[in-house]
Design a protein around this ligand. Structure first.
Ligand code: UFG
Length: 324
């Protein structure tokens, strides 16, 4: 049985939808940002907090957990700058409680959702896993701290782990049943689509003076189902003993500027956006594009969805959600 912590969130719920096809799944989520309706009916659902042993221990007592996949974190860069306590409390301290409980029950396989924000402002075209990690905000630091803790726990306690550093997750499940449902929404693609659905007056483009061909920031957008599939390969690698510890980037290897993303949204939806150009948003690196060569070579994973397909799947979801 696999415990998915944060399985009611955006990325966690997409993983659960794939994983229930193969394994018995139990989801633990406090529903602070996740939604019960996103959790596939085939999974057992427990509402509770990963920082609370009274919530965790009954699960480990009751179910034969083979591995834990950890998606439960706060993930807004800007919020982490103004409220770092929340990030160190929820992302670091609570994760330590989860790890402590795993060790108590002798569960030694862990998959951790990390982020491109661990790299800070890298000075390369394609970021590889051995690039220096110099996060520039508390969110990125909170994730890097757990990565470092995992390395120490592997040496000291024989913990096996895979760290997955996501680039920009986007898109929605092909069924149209689940997708990105954040409140507030801060991510580019859902904001553009909400605008094109008439739910926002305009889109703000944050900064046009970056050192990029069109002056707007470049990101690597990766479909959430591609992310989910990478997690399943990582889980199989841990459970089979093929991997003891590993860190992998998850991206498309293709960079798109904010302007290009908006243009692609216009093309996919056949609608025209109203755009306002504003100042830079603090903490945004000019360019973040992954090399995912390592996970391709070691686990055979590569991203399958193009930017247009990502946006088309998200559009289907937002239209359906908007009509409810
Ligand atoms: N952007 C706009 N207008 C908006 C929203 C975003 O111009 O209304 C721009 C941002 O400035 C950025 C790009 O669109 O240049 C993408 O922004 P997102 O907020 O969609 O995503 P981020 O790249 O900021 O953040 C993502 C994850 C974080 C992670 C980070 C790593 O959501 O969790 O990548 O850099 F930390």
């Amino acid at each position: 049985m696999i415990l998915v912590v944060g399985g009611a969130g955006y990325i966690g719920s997409h993983l659960v939808k794939e994983l229930v096809e193969k394994e018995q799944v139990i989801v633990l989520d406090n529903l602070s940002t996740g939604h019960r309706y996103l959790v596939d009916d085939r999974a057992v659902f427990v509402q509770g907090d990963l920082g609370n042993k009274a919530d965790l221990e009954p699960i480990f007592e009751k179910y034969p957990i083979q591995a834990v996949m950890h998606f439960a974190a706060n993930s807004l860069v800007g919020e982490s700058v103004v409220n770092p306590l929340k990030y160190y409390q929820n992302n670091v301290a609570a994760t330590l409680t989860l790890l402590e409980t795993m060790l108590k029950y002798n569960v030694k396989n862990f998959i951790f959702s990390s982020t491109a924000a661990t790299y800070g402002i890298p000075n390369v075209e394609l970021i590889t896993e051995d690039c220096p990690t110099n996060p520039i905000n508390p969110y990125g630091r909170s994730k890097l701290m757990i990565e470092q803790i995992l390395a120490d726990f592997a040496s000291a306690y024989g913990l096996n782990y895979v760290v997955l550093r996501y680039f920009n997750a986007a898109g929605a499940h092909e069924s149209g049943e689940i997708g990105e449902d954040h409140d507030p929404e801060t991510h580019l693609i859902p904001i553009v689509l909400q605008h094109l659905l008439g739910q926002r007056d305009k889109i703000s483009v944050f900064g046009t003076d970056y050192d990029t061909p069109d002056g707007t920031c470049i990101r690597d957008y990766i479909h959430v189902t591609d992310l989910a599939k990478a997690h399943i390969l990582a889980l199989e690698a841990l459970l089979s003993g093929k991997k003891k510890t590993a860190i992998y980037n998850l991206g498309n290897g293709l960079g798109y500027s904010v302007k290009e993303v908006i243009e692609t949204c216009e093309k996919v939806t056949d609608r025209k956006a109203v755009i306002e150009y504003t100042d830079r948003r603090p903490g945004d690196p000019a360019r973040l594009v992954a090399s995912s060569q390592k996970i391709y070579e070691e686990l055979g994973w590569k991203a399958e969805y193009s930017l247009e397909e990502i946006i088309a799947s998200a559009w289907k979801w937002h239209q359906r959600k908007g009509s409810k």
